[in-house]
Design a protein around this ligand. Structure first.
Ligand code: PEP
Ligand code: MN
Length: 332
């Protein structure tokens, strides 16, 4: 249940009421909002005179619910905006990992020349095996920083665990919370205290509801700039790396007020299929696409099989714009 308190309620009154209801307190544009778990049931008359408006839900998708906020939340990423009523699709591209300054330089130049505005590359890499490349850590962030200002690109980079969450929050234009970090509550809590855009990727064993609940942690912490990203879930199918849940993405698009990004690269896991899947993603009408591209994919230090050659990405990017034209979305 979400309760908007009347204007002019003192902080003491709000705190006492929140305690009675075991509610989380959130401030939004001068309004105090209390959020309780749906299991706490109805208001039962207590504190009624403090209440401006009540919203009831049948699940703990609350602040993120399309029933609470009919229009999508608008999120600014650098000079681009997504969400609201804008019908913008931000294409975020680049290598899986920051491997070297040369790779990032080459990628930034290629993307900027093409008209892409956001660069993705992970510096803290959450790898399944401890024996593979784990990322360059802080040094990688410094490399990304040097291209951000020179090329005017927004940087999307991931936080792997809470040991470096502050560093990534301070550095990134979009803080990427990876599929394996989706349930790391220290990360979610830290992101809630920031006002930077946070993109939470769906864990491959998480339901759509669980993904939104991860977003609720950040929203209820006070950060309204939350994006959720479908990147594939594990199913019985093993001919592709994961199964990109487009049905789930459409569910999220209609039932939540959050901008939706899709990641066809991790979804299918093989470069041959990324253009087809990326075009399918574009056709749904979403706020962003995350696509891995590398100047020399076969020698990439992570996710080598799914990264597109720059030339293939170029062709794909042109076709995405045409799909956008057909459905009334603009690639930004
Ligand atoms: C990535 O974007 O490179 C990545 C590691 O993604 P995910 O967390 O979805 O596996
Ligand atoms: Mn990757």
């Amino acid at each position: 249940m979400i309760i908007h308190l009347k204007k002019g309620i003192t902080s003491d009154q709000a705190e006492k009421f929140a305690e009675e209801l075991k509610a989380t307190r959130v401030q939004h544009n001068g309004t105090t909002i209390l959020v309780t778990t749906t299991e706490n049931g109805k208001l039962n008359g207590i504190g009624r005179d403090l209440v401006e408006k009540v919203y009831e839900f049948d699940s703990d998708i609350q602040l993120a619910s399309a029933d609470y906020m009919v229009s999508k939340r608008e999120v600014a990423i650098g000079s681009q905006k997504v969400g609201g009523n804008l019908n913008n699709t931000l294409v975020i591209a680049g290598p899986c990992a920051v491997e070297s300054a040369e790779l990032v330089e080459k990628s930034a130049k290629f993307l900027k020349d093409l008209g892409v505005n956001a660069l993705r590359a992970g510096s803290y890499k959450p790898r399944t095996s401890p024996y593979t490349f784990q990322g360059l850590g802080k040094k990688g962030l410094e490399i990304l920083d040097s291209v951000r200002s020179r090329y005017g690109l927004s940087i999307v980079t991931e936080v792997k665990d809470s040991s470096h969450v502050g560093e990534v929050i301070e550095f990134a234009d979009v803080i990427q919370v990876g599929a394996k970090a989706m349930f790391d509550y220290a990360i979610l809590e830290a992101c809630g205290k920031s006002n930077k855009p946070v993109m939470i990727k769906r864990g491959f064993g998480a339901t759509a509801q669980e993904l939104v609940q991860a977003a609720e942690f950040v929203l209820s912490g006070g950060n309204e700039n939350v994006i959720i990203c479908e990147r594939g879930i594990r199913t019985f199918e093993n001919s592709t790396r994961f199964t990109l849940d487009l049905s789930g993405a459409i569910y999220l698009k209609h039932k939540t007020n959050l901008p939706i990004f899709l990641d066809p690269s991790h979804g299918i896991g093989h470069a041959y299929g990324v253009p087809d899947l990326a075009r399918s993603c574009m056709a749904i009408g979403v706020e962003g696409l995350l696509i891995e591209t590398h100047p020399d994919p076969s020698n990439a230090l992570s996710d080598s099989s799914q990264q597109l050659h720059h030339e293939d990405f170029k062709v794909l990017f042109t076709s995405l714009k045409k799909i956008g034209d057909a459905i009334g979305y603009q690639v930004v």
